[in-house]
Design a protein around this ligand. Structure first.
Ligand code: PLP
Length: 461
């Protein structure tokens, strides 16, 4: 029982607030004293009582260079004295123009449309693809093909792309039909013939790329009606950090173009260093028509996202007035967010962040071997500085824990009490640290997660 008195701000929050992805009765339980964050510095967040926590999920996968980086603080303070906000509808500003150029160079795509978060940028991508075909002679191309377990955001369009029986049941009647292809996660792949080893399942997979063959069959079936393949490259984050085998994204990217359909790559989570590179997939190889960016774009400081498109798609919206893309948001192209994004990109150069990530990734690989000592660990996978530890009831059968048991949630609550904040899904634990994390902070994160798994299963048995 928690005897601690709730702070005034927590009482206020419990009276007036509503938190996303948060069961309400748990939040409102008088015995439950959720963490109220008061400040942040580097890879640490500090609560109102002064207790410090390592930010083990980069504040929902957004933060890049650490909290309140002095260069970021200085840039935003300065920007606030110059221009706070002006509409981007029919107007422009130099920050937006410079950022569009930088994103164009990064993505190999000529044109950039800004929005406020990953969901809206993905929704824009869907609408752009649809309107592009509608007004350029192929209105029958309406079918979007997605990966099983895909998550592209919570708007109605994005829910249609990533139908989840658990989350989306009340909305089924609102969703449009889409087609799915196998989830390329080797650990649970039905085509993988290998038996359990204490390694990332990708390293001992035995298959003939049946996931790609099946995907090719689906896309062939819908070929002339297909609008686009929508895909998260290398890692499907919210599906449970499902990591694709080497070569998958390159193979799959070829298929939509063979049917004159588009390739939409969702780098909202994977972009800006998460997988060890600025982008998880190399646009010069995969040749996407649309790349969507968000989360780390502003360094995790302000909301902003972007939909980058090819010149061919952009040109499909030129000509008569009716061809205009009538879509946008009040805060599109916000100058403060654009300044944050430009500063974020400068910091990547100045601090040689990609090199830093490589070092962190190598270290993470070494120290996360500790998880195998738990008999309930079925898979440990790493990509860049993303770690997933998948827990199972039985290693050999891979029988998962029931989703409703919320094993990851329970373990993360223990980790929270030990000074680590992170969120997993079902019974899969995640670590996604900011790039400011030192080797010793990374060791602390892994140690806390390791101890928390131990404590949870000891209590359970
Ligand atoms: C791959 C991917 N796309 C889109 C989104 C939606 O982004 P946002 O939460 O900023 O709306 C997310 C969020 O987790 C994501 O992981």
């Amino acid at each position: 029982m928690n005897t601690q008195e709730p702070s005034a701000s927590l009482l206020l929050d419990k009276t007036y607030g509503w938190h996303p992805f948060t069961p309400l009765d748990e939040w409102l339980d008088p015995q439950h004293h959720p963490v109220m964050i008061a400040s942040g510095h580097g890879s640490w967040l500090v609560d109102e009582e002064g207790k410090a926590y390592l930010d083990g999920n980069s504040s929902i996968w957004t933060n890049t260079h650490g909290h309140c980086h002095p260069r970021m603080v200085q840039a935003l303070q300065e920007q606030l004295t110059i221009l706070d906000h002006s509409s981007y509808l029919g107007l422009g500003h130099s920050l937006g123009a410079s950022l569009a150029q930088k994103i164009s160079q990064l993505t190999d795509l000529q044109r950039v449309l800004f929005s406020s978060d990953g969901s809206s940028a993905m929704e824009a991508a869907l609408k752009i693809a649809t309107q592009y075909f509608h007004q350029n002679g192929s209105p029958e191309r309406k079918v979007f093909v997605t990966l099983q377990g895909a998550y592209h955001g919570d708007t109605v369009g994005n829910m249609s792309l990533g139908k989840s029986s658990f989350f989306h049941r009340p909305f089924e009647h609102l969703l449009f039909p889409t087609e799915s292809i196998p989830m390329p996660g080797c650990y649970r792949c039905p085509f993988n013939q290998s038996t359990f080893e204490e390694e990332d399942a990708r390293s001992y997979r035995k298959c003939q790329w049946e996931c790609v063959s099946k995907a090719a069959e689906v896309m062939l079936q819908f070929g002339t009606e297909m609008a686009a393949l929508v895909i998260e490259p290398r890692v499907q984050g919210a599906a449970g950090m499902v990591m694709q085998p080497e070569g998958y994204i390159e193979k799959i990217s070829e298929i939509p173009h063979a049917h004159d359909a588009l390739l939409i790559v969702d780098e909202v989570f994977t972009g800006f260093g998460r997988t060890g590179k600025m982008l998880a997939s190399d646009p010069s190889v995969t040749k996407p028509d649309i790349i969507v960016l968000g989360k780390g774009l502003t360094g995790g400081v302000l909301p902003m996202a972007a939909t980058a498109v090819s010149e061919t798609i952009f040109n499909g919206f030129r000509g008569s007035f009716e061809k205009t893309f009538f879509h946008g948001h009040s805060y599109t192209g916000n100058p403060l967010s654009a300044r944050a994004a430009l500063t974020n990109l400068e910091l990547f150069e100045e601090e040689k962040t990609i090199e830093k990530i490589k070092g962190l990734s190598t270290h993470l690989r070494k120290i996360s071997a500790c998880f195998w000592k738990h008999s309930s660990v079925g898979d440990v996978r790493i990509e860049g500085v993303i770690l997933a530890v998948e827990l199972v009831q039985d290693r050999l059968t891979k029988e998962p824990f029931r989703f409703e048991e919320r094993v990851a949630y329970q373990i993360n609550k223990i980790a929270e009490s030990k000074g680590l904040l992170t969120r997993g899904i079902g019974s899969i634990l995640f670590l996604v640290p900011p790039y400011s994390t030192t080797a010793s902070e990374l060791e602390q994160m892994v140690q806390i997660l390791d101890d928390s798994i131990h404590d949870y299963f000891q209590k359970r048995s």
